[in-house]
Design a protein around this ligand. Structure first.
Ligand SMILES: [Ca+2]
Length: 84
């Protein structure tokens, strides 16, 4: 139920100029969001597990060591939930 502002020109900029988090870019803390849906959840975990093992440069290699393994799982679990 959003009502359009009726006095846009007189509204204080502090009210309308606030920064609203938008998924325009993926924050570093949300690198584990492999599905890019704004949430780190089971779907991302499934992708990580599906890529488990040696993997050069794949998205699921969250720590960039060339292997999808426990350390990447740790990164994912640390970022679990809604992305900031
Ligand atoms: Ca890795």
């Amino acid at each position: 139920m959003w009502a359009a502002p009726t006095e846009t020109n007189t509204a204080p900029s502090s009210a309308w100029g606030r920064t609203i988090p938008i998924k325009a870019s993926v924050p570093q803390s949300c690198v584990a969001d492999l599905t890019n849906d704004g949430v780190v959840n089971g779907s991302d975990l499934g992708m990580l597990l599906g890529a488990w093992g040696s993997c050069g440069g794949c998205a699921a290699d969250l720590d960039g060591d060339g292997v999808v393994g426990g350390s990447d799982l740790g990164v994912m679990l640390g970022a679990w939930g809604t992305c900031p």
